[in-house]
Design a protein around this ligand. Sequence first.
Ligand code: ADP
Ligand code: ZN
Ligand code: ZN
Length: 691
Amino acid sequence: MIGGFGPNLDGLGRHESVSLRVAVDTPQHSALAEPLVYRSERRIAAGTLVQVPLGRRAVVGIVWPGAPNGGSIAFEVRAVRAVLDSMPPLPAGWCALVEFAAAYYQRSIGELALSVLPPELRRLDAAQLGKRVARLDQRLARDGTAGAAASPQLTADQAAALDRLDLATPQPWLLHGVTGSGKTEVYLRAVERVLEAGRQALLLVPEINLTPQLEARVAERFAGRCIVSLHSGLTPAQRLRHWLAAHLGCADIVLGTRLAVFTPLPRLGLIVVDEEHDPSYKQQEGARYSARDLAVWRGRSESVPVLLGSATPSLESWRRAGEGRYTKLVLPVRIGRGALPEVRLVDMGREPRAKGIQSALSRPLQDAIAERCARGEQSLVFLNRRGYAPVLHCAECGWKSGCAHCSAWRVFHKRERALACHHCGRTQPVPRACPDCGNQDIAAIGRGTERLEEQLALALPGARVGRIDADTTRGKGALRTQLDAVHAGEIDVLVGTQMVAKGHDFRRITLVAAVNPDSALFSADFRAPERLFALLMQAAGRAGRDAERAAASQMWVQTWHPQHALYAALCKHDYAAFAESLLEERGAAQLPPFAHLALLRAEARSLDVARGFLQAAADAATASGAVSIYPPVPMGVQKVADVERAQMLVESGSRPALQRFLAGWMPALHALRAAHKGVVRWAVDVDPLTI
Ligand code: ADP
Ligand code: ZN
Ligand code: ZN
């Protein structure tokens, strides 16, 4: 089946040549936003990979749709060096998606296009690529014999949702279902229909940690189908192989993280975005795209339905569903009528002052965990701060373990005997005595997961206490092993960060506790409460997933603010009420989703330089009544790795107005750079998630 993708050679005489647009990876700041012009002795189809000279280098580029602008070209047009035609050209729909994303997120087409392709494509020549394509055919030969797992009888709610889900209508659907309500089953049935129609399905998940689980379920259901995954944890060779399988149309199902939204799929029939509210869908560097938003755009552009699922949808999606732009599907109850955990608030203001473990875990919570241990049930204790203690402190002279390079403390990691900065990554050995006054008695202040684990083990003699966070899961396969231990019942109490709060289908956990979640209530970031609520709902969703034990399952929250509306809504598991009240606040304050934001960020050796750049950028903006520019401010963590950071907010009630403004502003920003040499980096973040 391979071969026959060769370039179209028609119509050119011997010494004629055509000029083409080629997207190459020019850095954003070179301001070469458009594809470059090259000439070729033969016509080459748009979407074909080519090798072209760029400066003194030879780079891989993509022949871009559209003719080069007419008019005289002052410099000599260079020739295409080689055509990598052992693979079919990237489809027009793919080019359209990349072009839209580049324009929307204010990056160059070439930079974005090349950054979302498998890196191996840039290394291989035409012959090597041809070999990979040929080998693919053998490796993916289907073993259509294996029997697929039977699908369960649908619940009435699932059946109703699937009845309404009309896959022939290319529109977005918002599947709102509490945790454990069987959303995944709805995805699988939708995928089944799409495959039966001979189409491909794209399944997006927020985190690489969650891909193996879904992959296992998908593989079980669709045995005999070609299923590939795409995420940053693959080796370059695997990533190329999986991507080629998708692009050549061999793969039926592609399962991946945000970068997979750019997978070329010739037979695409459905896009599923699981946990659509999750911040991981937003890329935080380079082109800061939202894979969820691009999935919706892609669905419309390729006339394909998009199924967004969540227990706590983003306010953006919730509002669109409210306006009827997305169709809402609801799964209101857990499978097996299992109850959602009862939420218990512990008012920390009324707890007696205590030392040791009891400063972390109130007496009632500690007793409840001990009770679960005695019954052979598991508990999950959730604390979103890793390390042993966030800071070391000398009571004699007031010294604290600050990072010399960041405006942040270095975190004490006991097992590694290190002070580590979680911003710049620098570490140092733990000093034996205070570096300033020599006092031998320096104390760890506060608590991270490592200390909580230690204290829990002391407080619950005989209990098997384990911990899962970024520190315990560095090694390859470490997370898998640790999760398996939890599933196998080898752990009684699991301590962890948000890494364990999301997605995992723990069957034996009947108690989940959030030890200290209050700080998000008072964050400067207006989205912090929305994120906290989603996280707590997710965490609560880890308890009582086994319907038989669900009735006794509990979610404990220790708080100094038990009256807060967020906790009141949590107690009722009432996302809808919470979302409506947040939407009201956002509307009154003209914040997203009622307004549209972009951030201009600048990093420099001094704050004045960063601010100066932002101020000059504001001065260079063309006044527009529809867009407001706010004064530059230092970022929350102002200094990271010796670089000072500031940002400036741009806001508009109209998305098109904001887009027009940004597009007009970019050339001025590129030009400013020359006059602000002290600026190390600057970037525009469109629809920023963290402020
Ligand atoms: P969600 O994705 O909404 O959190 P899941 O799809 O993971 O929920 O479903 C929770 C559990 O219920 C899973 O173990 C799943 O296998 C099971 N389940 C889902 N649908 C059904 C059904 N119709 N009948 C029986 N069990 C089901
Ligand atoms: Zn000291
Ligand atoms: Zn640092």
